[in-house]
Ligand binder design. Structure first.
Ligand SMILES: Nc1ncnc2c1ncn2[C@@H]1O[C@H](COP(=O)(O)OP(=O)(O)OP(=O)(O)O)[C@@H](O)[C@H]1O
Length: 548
């Protein structure tokens, strides 16, 4: 039986049609997938997640299907923020290790069977801890590979830089690999296209492996892994993609690559960067359900010119196909229906005070600024007015960032730059765009820090006169949905405004005594000097080196 024989309707879309799910907004009891789960995993899962989110109730039956695991096709999933993508790869990986599905090495604890790649250390830590809830009780080995570790655990959660370092010390560790997951794939791929290529060439050269076919332009991590998977223990390498191998071959290990993201990552790029093999493409948003594009990446060809960065340049969000054969996969920039969107008119002078007023009474507010400087000053202002506020920017030390991410005090305010806009689960009720985001995908990721899972939340964008809010409304395809939010002049606290002016002046004067008194929590930030540039210097594990 092959994967097209399964009863899951997502397995068999009609040619050139997108497949639209009928039940899109309701949750499903977790028990629907228990027959596919190893009993120990099922008994762990049910108390944690009694219900599945809509995306999960569609993808998990497919990904847990043992027939599909034996005949893997790669997967590319775009689903709105907070839709529960993480569980969609955690469960199939853990389950397949427990069951030894797919002809792999099963419970062999000394073999890396799954690599999960995240763009930043903080995100890798979060996913590692999500995995731990399942792997620790089940005695599956797991490692967080963001520093110089290279343990041969069954599951490795890594940043691109740490994967690169693993290869530098040898590549035999990929021999039992069956899953490669790239989360926030548009971030990982978009930033590192050149890097992946360099990585491959460099690694091949270092190991004195045969050069790949000259003129080969598909220099990708996946190509490299395929190459290595085909090698033998003495270092001889047969250059052959794993998906071209004969499943009857001894030691054949089916390898599945899966990419996940919340903003549509352009399919051609996915294929080029991650070497996806005839991937199945799923798009999900709550109001519509799951749509599968027939024909993968533009059928057998590469389809439309859906180039990188398109979403940032605007144009209608609706109806833009993801590739020639991508029928029905719109460019994906949707804010979840769980999130109420508002816009508030402000002046440059009133902004800090409006931010303070918006956050009053909220259990947790996350305020986004476009620069570390702006975030730093706002944090100081809020602290000076008695609000519990902390900064989450690249200026904050690694340990400090971890403390802020784990901080759960009531009525807390986190002032952040975009390093916190992707993937993080911070239990946020209100997101404030103190500075308007500069791209649509940035807006979507920021807003998506609230209204996660089954929760609801609000995003308020502060707009100064002349700022182009209409651009975002149009591009989101939801003009009219964003409500106006008013903060009256009369609501402003004159005393707080005076405090603000005082802080600004003292900072300009370099009054460090004042800074120490009112500044950020010691150890959370380098507060010896104020940031002098407007650039956001957040550490996102650039090439894997800036992880400290
Ligand atoms: N079945 C479920 N029931 C309840 N909560 C869930 C369920 N699945 C996931 N969650 C919760 O929903 C939140 C969002 O999940 P997750 O981090 O997987 O979202 P995501 O789709 O990866 O979002 P993003 O694109 O922003 O990274 C998390 O707090 C997670 O614990």
């Amino acid at each position: 039986m092959d994967e097209n024989d399964t009863s899951n309707p997502l397995d068999n879309p009609k040619p050139n049609e997108a497949l639209v799910s009928s039940s899109n907004t309701t949750s499903t009891a977790t028990t629907v997938i228990t027959p596919l789960l190893h009993p120990s995993l099922a008994s762990l899962l049910l108390p944690i997640y009694p219900s599945l989110l809509p995306l999960q109730s569609h993808l998990l039956p497919l990904l847990l299907n043992p027939h599909v695991i034996h005949n893997p096709r790669d997967l590319s999933v775009t689903a709105e923020t907070g839709s529960g993508k993480t569980l969609c790869f955690i469960l199939p990986i853990v389950n397949s290790i427990l069951k030894g599905d797919g002809g792999g090495v099963g419970k062999d604890k000394g073999r890396v069977q799954a690599v999960v790649i995240l763009p930043t250390v903080n995100l890798a830590q979060q996913v590692y801890s999500d995995f731990q809830s399942f792997t620790s009780p089940l005695n599956i080995t797991l490692s967080l590979d963001t520093v110089n570790s290279a343990s041969a655990t069954q599951i490795v959660v890594a940043t691109p830089g740490s994967i690169k370092r693993r290869f530098e010390t040898g590549n035999g560790w990929v021999r039992g690999l069956r899953w490669i997951v790239v989360d926030e794939a548009d971030r990982v791929g978009g930033q590192r296209m050149g890097w992946w290529g360099g990585f491959k060439e460099e690694t091949v050269r270092k190991r004195k492996r045969p050069q790949l076919t000259s003129g080969d332009t598909k220099q990708t991590l996946a190509d490299l892994l395929d190459t290595v998977v085909s090698g033998d223990d003495s270092g001889n390498v047969t250059i052959q993609a794993s998906y071209n191998r004969d499943p009857m071959e001894p030691n054949y290990t089916p390898l599945r690559k899966m990419c996940f993201s919340a903003t549509k990552q352009h399919d051609v790029m996915r294929r080029q960067v991650f070497g996806l093999n005839h991937p199945r493409i799923f798009d999900f948003r709550k109001e519509r359900g799951v749509v599968e594009a027939r024909g993968g990446l533009g059928g057998e060809g590469e389809g439309g010119d859906d180039t990188e960065g398109q979403h940032d340049r605007g144009g209608g969000a609706e109806g833009r196909g993801g590739g020639g054969g991508g029928g029905g996969t719109d460019d994906m920039h949707y804010v979840s229906d769980n999130i109420t969107e508002e816009v508030c008119n402000v002046t440059a002078e009133s902004k800090p005070e409006v931010a303070r007023i918006l956050s009053l009474g909220q259990p947790c507010t996350l305020i986004f600024c476009n620069s570390t400087d702006s975030a730093h000053r706002l944090t100081r202002y809020l602290q000076a007015t008695g609000i519990k506020a902390k900064e989450l920017t690249g200026k904050v030390s690694k340990g400090g960032r971890k403390r802020v991410i784990e901080w759960r005090a009531p009525r807390r305010v986190i002032v952040a730059t975009d390093s916190a806009s992707r993937g993080m689960n911070l239990d946020v009720d209100l997101v404030v765009n103190y500075d308007l985001p500069t791209s649509l995908s940035q807006y979507v990721h920021r807003a998506g820090r609230t209204g996660r899972g089954f929760g609801t939340g609000t995003v308020v964008s502060m707009r100064k006169q002349g700022e182009a809010w209409a651009k975002f409304e149009k591009e989101l395809g939801r003009a009219g949905r964003v409500r106006a939010r008013k903060v009256e002049e009369a609501d402003m606290d004159r005393g707080a405004l005076r405090t603000l002016k005082d802080i600004m002046k003292r900072e300009e004067d370099g009054d460090l005594g004042y800074e120490e008194e009112h500044g950020v929590i010691p150890g959370d930030s380098d507060s010896s000097s104020l940031p002098s540039s407007d650039d956001d210097e957040d550490d996102e594990d650039g090439e894997g080196e800036g992880e400290e």
